[in-house]
Write a protein that binds this ligand. Structure first.
Ligand code: ASP
Ligand code: MG
Length: 420
């Protein structure tokens, strides 16, 4: 059996939904489960709804109206018959958000985020399933929250693999015999039946969870790029497609910030030796990239760019060494503020990191660090990671840049730089 994952861009409007349905129709040789994300930028918009609700700006309902309108537009373009039941089903999902918005915001932001934002995936999957059925495909919509069980770490829920595997492997195979199953990425539920989400961009991970629990032969992530490229075309003009990649290389690239696949996706697939294809929904006959077990990866140099970096240098006030107790205190603070370290280096008397400048939480982190250490922060930097680097690739990225910090191991070079 196979798992397909379609991201937000692939279902951003009616034309794209039709395209996804045709890909499903053309590729359905085998048993197939489809995981879909929220349409276009709906997740960002629903996140805005949540923020405005919690901050009581009075704008939450208006923002929700925009999300409702874009989905309604899409439906009117897909279905001539406005009495089709999908119109009501989608409207009812938004009514559930309105019920939340009518109350005072009492629960935590993270909890409310999950209850509100998860609707994006519920409605996109309902629209896709209804349209696929409308063109004659044998589909069944299933609610991922009945299959993917998590703890209650809202916005970053951890999967209860045992319970999830038991349920998926018992209940989905009989349905897959007769139907293409259409479900959602990104969402799960707690043992008390509250909705959770698995972290932003987590739909790839959902696809890997389903694939692992169903022992799929392979999974395909359909994207708006031809496959895994050796750099993001946003930053680089001469990008190359990497036709084959080992699991290890793929994990390394996502770890350093390649956004083509969610970092949590690959490990569960590697454990079960399930191949992961990355292909283009714009050009669905092209082969794309296959990530699988390979003894030697192709050493094509890959470049990962992260802008808007803050370089933080931390030194103990009393000139004691940066020892384990200081380091564990520092790491705890990063963890508490949900800040991921992109590059780190420690010496006898200092510890330095590069992190994304995410605003308020970075400010609070710096204040808390300053209570105990001497802290120096430099903003507006860029972090360039080169996997399979050589001098030529380093020279290529350093034009008009000054190196602030450079780290190298046998395969990977990280350059923290400033524009000249
Ligand atoms: N819709 C969610 C997000 O944008 C999940 C995903 O797209 O993978 O974060
Ligand atoms: Mg998305």
């Amino acid at each position: 059996m196979q798992v397909f994952k379609f991201g937000g861009a692939s279902v951003k409007d009616a034309e794209n939904v039709k395209n996804v349905a045709s890909i499903i129709a053309n590729h359905k040789k085998d048993q197939l489960l489809v995981v879909v994300s929220a349409t276009g930028k709906s997740t960002d918009k629903l996140e805005e709804v949540t923020r405005n609700f919690v901050e009581k700006t009075g704008r939450a309902f208006d923002l929700l109206e925009q999300v409702k309108a874009s989905h309604h537009d899409m439906l009117t373009q897909l279905f001539d018959d406005v009495t089709h039941p999908v119109f009501n089903e989608v409207a009812n999902c938004f009514v559930e958000i309105e019920w939340i918005l009518e109350e005072e915001p009492q629960d935590s932001y993270d909890y409310l985020f999950d209850q509100i934002v998860s609707t994006g995936e519920i409605v996109s999957s309902k629209i896709l399933a209804a349209y696929a059925a409308h063109i004659g495909l044998p589909v069944k919509w299933v609610d991922a929250r009945d299959y993917i069980f998590t703890d209650n770490t809202y916005r970053e829920a951890k999967v209860d693999w045992e319970k999830t595997e038991e349920k998926i492997s018992r209940d989905l195979p009989p349905i897959l015999k007769d139907y293409v199953v259409i479900s959602q990425g990104f969402i799960g539920s707690t043992s008390e039946n509250f909705t959770t989400t698995l972290g932003r961009e987590g739909s790839d991970y959902s696809a890997a969870i389903f694939a692992s629990c169903l022992n799929a032969t392979d999974i395909t992530i359909w994207k708006d790029v031809p496959g895994v490229l050796n750099a993001d075309p946003k930053w680089f003009d001469r990008t190359e497609l990497i036709p084959e990649l080992s699991y290890t290389d793929a994990i390394e690239l996502t770890y350093y910030g390649a956004t083509v696949i969610h970092p949590k996706t690959i490990k569960p697939l590697q454990n079960k030796n399930i191949a992961l294809n990355v292909r283009s929904f714009i050009n669905p006959t092209a082969v794309g990239t296959c990530i699988r077990k390979l003894n030697q990866g192709l050493p094509i140099p890959s470049f990962i760019f992260k802008v808007n970096q803050v370089f933080i240098n931390i030194q103990p006030r009393d000139f004691s060494f940066i020892l384990e107790d200081n380091l564990s205190h520092i790491f705890n603070l990063f963890h508490k503020h949900r800040i991921k370290i992109n590059m780190m280096h420690n010496s006898a008397i200092s510890f330095s990191v590069s992190i994304d400048d995410t605003g308020k939480n970075v400010e609070t982190l710096l204040q808390e660090l300053e209570l105990r250490y001497k802290v120096n922060a430099e903003r507006g930097l860029e972090l360039i990671t080169i996997r399979y680097f050589n001098q030529e690739t380093i020279d290529r990225v350093l034009v008009n840049k000054k190196i602030i910090r450079e780290l190298k191991d046998s395969y990977t070079c990280q350059l923290l730089v400033k524009n000249l």
